[in-house]
Design a protein around this ligand. Sequence first.
Ligand SMILES: [Zn+2]
Length: 486
Amino acid sequence: MACAALVLRALTTSSDRRTLAVRHLPGTMVAMAWSKNTSAGDPIVSHSGAVLSRPVAFRFALDLTAEQSQRCFMFAGARRLAYNHHLARVKKNLERRAKELDAGLGCDELTPSPSWSKVSFINEFNAYKTGRTKDSPVNADGTRGLAWREEVSADVFECASVDAAAALKNYRESATGARKGRRVGFPRFAAKHRDTPRFRLRSKCRPGETAPIRFVGARTLRVPKLGELRISGSGKKIARMIAAGRFHVYSASFTYSAGRWFVALTGVAAELHPARRSLKGRHPSTVGVDRGVKSLLVAADASGALVASFEEMNTLRCAEQRLKRANQALARTKPGSAGRKKAKARLARLHGEIARKRRHVTHEASLALARGTRRLALEDLHVAGMVRNRHLARSLSDAALGELGRQLTYKAAWYGTELVLVERFYPSSKTCSRCGSVKEQLSLSTRVYACEHCGLELDRDVNAAINLARWPGARAATASPKTAAA
Ligand SMILES: [Zn+2]
């Protein structure tokens, strides 16, 4: 597993090398930030008096019984049904209005368009599932509505309605120009063969009350209508945080990926303890971080000292052989056969394993940097644009640049580390870190920076990291709240 081993050259001295043996257990708990802006409005204060202002999500793999897993699939199917129901309803209305317009009807004569608000979507689906709308399904016994609705948590339908309303809002705002960025089309229907099985449940309660979604043991999560779910790994830390009023769960998002169910508990947490935000003992000067293609990242300071380097993170390339074999095995199977089903599952597991490894290494790297430095200078890469370039796409996605930038952004905020975003067109790679001369061209395949003027020969990523640490604009630009990955 040499490829997965992460080499961290810690804090300036090269003798202080240690290898972090990263275990890629599926049950590894990962804390991450989620993007909802909670700064608007009053912060939540927990029953213990802690101010909960830090949006966090904790993700666990689940060890479900066959019955629980089946139930989760049922919930996911219910979500898909509700989501598609809203899209179909809106689409039908839009098409009808377009036809009427073509037929020469005036604007006030058109079929009225239904409200696209979250609340009206929730109400509409409630009416639909209980048989109170014209298009409610009719059952064999003559009753109307969804016969199985009681078996699924009502929250699944509500969250799906909220999701559909949000997707349609993006579409409308993009069409009218109110939304920036790439054009958003009409939301795609959640097809069974394509959509990741997933659903969300909210944990509606005030801080301090008994939460509907809660830990009843270190490894047991209690969820309404699903019962007691066993998590892989330990939830002790989170359970303790909840009990102490330092974490409040908003919702639980369930996803099925690579043959396994996962749950992410999303909520708000208290700030880290001041001792963990202390800048004492951290690297004293600005540290430039170059997010390389070959290595995951290289960090160096303005004096030219290498601070940390996370190398050879090409997990995808490393697993390529195994992926290739799994793909070949799949190609040899007959369509519709049991063998194909098995080969497909194996391939999915492999992809899942790679994604997990990548996520883990990225988290380790971003955490080490956010905790070990006072000030980070990071290139403001236009990742979305780069990944569209097909030749670069694979390496770049592999290095998960955008994800790294995102993680560094929120972890820096957690640990009180200042983050400087270096403007995109600053030639950090092409500049010589010794004499300052700038090269016209530097191809991506050139791994060593060789200066024609002063004869400097240095690893290209280290050279770039040093330049980032020295970025002259750093003094003016203080930590920007926008994410580095945007
Ligand atoms: Zn030079």
